[in-house]
Design a protein around this ligand. Structure first.
Ligand SMILES: [Zn+2]
Length: 273
């Protein structure tokens, strides 16, 4: 037992779960001292679906609100909205910030839902792309019309205000677009393949987007806290692809990884997580 001290935390879902997790941690400390376990419980398909539906509804509401703030900013621009104590430029900036806040939360929840209840990819590649990257599309809708109107407007804003508002809106667009993009989307087919093939518990860390099949995977060496659970729970928690090294090792051991989302290349695996 010369291993670096590591915490493996087994967490279950919801409140009940957190208590259990704490208990496990305490037991782990008392008994083994070397390892703590955070076990993540698996949601049923029905639970995943209903949770995803809720998240998607909330996302939709937030995107509508975001567009609402964009409209308010446009009303400020055309002086249809006027608040005596609030300068026009500041009114617009406040609207842009609120627009961004709604966009960011909506995009985050949308991506979370896409792991709980992924979209189908077969025969629907374009639809899959649009649905998984809806965060980027909505970011465009929530900022580009405003940016165009500001740039086209004449004598609505003084020169300095116009530059400031334009820059703020473009920065907001970039942030919302980048954070709204799903760089590691998973399809319903890929999730199903992983669930069918990988029946043992998998491991993941607090950060990153991949899960590991082996607790002793080299790229987990420096991770003090590990989460352990079914592949379903790993994917539900945003870990959509298998670690490159673990996938190779599993294949050598005769596991058929066909259809499973595997991390590409070695570069990111070396960075570790
Ligand atoms: Zn690994």
């Amino acid at each position: 037992m010369e291993e670096k001290k590591r915490t493996i935390t087994k967490v279950e879902d919801g409140e009940k779960v957190t208590k259990t997790a704490k208990k496990v941690v305490e037991v782990g400390e008392d008994a083994a001292a070397e390892k703590k376990v955070k076990k993540v419980e698996t949601l049923t398909k029905a639970e995943e679906k209903s949770k995803a539906t809720t998240l998607r509804i909330v996302s939709a509401i937030l995107w509508v609100l975001a567009i609402g703030f964009e409209v308010l900013a446009i009303l400020f621009l055309f002086k249809k909205l006027y608040i005596p104590w609030l300068p026009q430029m500041w009114g617009m900036i406040i609207c842009i910030v609120l627009d961004l806040a709604c966009c960011l939360v909506a995009g985050f929840l949308w991506k979370k839902a896409a792991h709980l209840d992924p979209f189908k990819k077969t025969n629907n590649k374009v639809g899959f792309f649009i649905l998984t990257q809806l965060g980027v599309i909505m970011a465009a809708i929530c900022f580009i019309p405003l940016i165009i109107l500001v740039l086209l407007s004449k004598d609505k804003l003084d020169k300095k205000s116009k530059i400031i508002v334009t820059v703020v809106a473009i920065v907001a667009l970039l942030i919302a677009g980048l954070l709204g993009a799903d760089f590691n989307p998973i399809s319903a087919e890929e999730k199903a393949a992983a669930e069918q093939t990988l029946t043992d518990d998998v491991y993941w860390t607090a950060f990153g987007h991949k899960y590991h099949l082996y607790e002793d995977c080299g790229s987990l060496k420096n991770s003090e806290t590990l989460y352990q659970g079914s592949v379903t729970s790993a994917i539900d928690n945003g870990r959509g692809e298998v670690c490159f090294f673990c996938a190779n090792r599993a294949e050598k051991e005769g596991v058929d990884m066909t259809g499973i989302n595997v991390e590409e290349g070695v570069a990111s695996a070396v960075a570790g997580d």
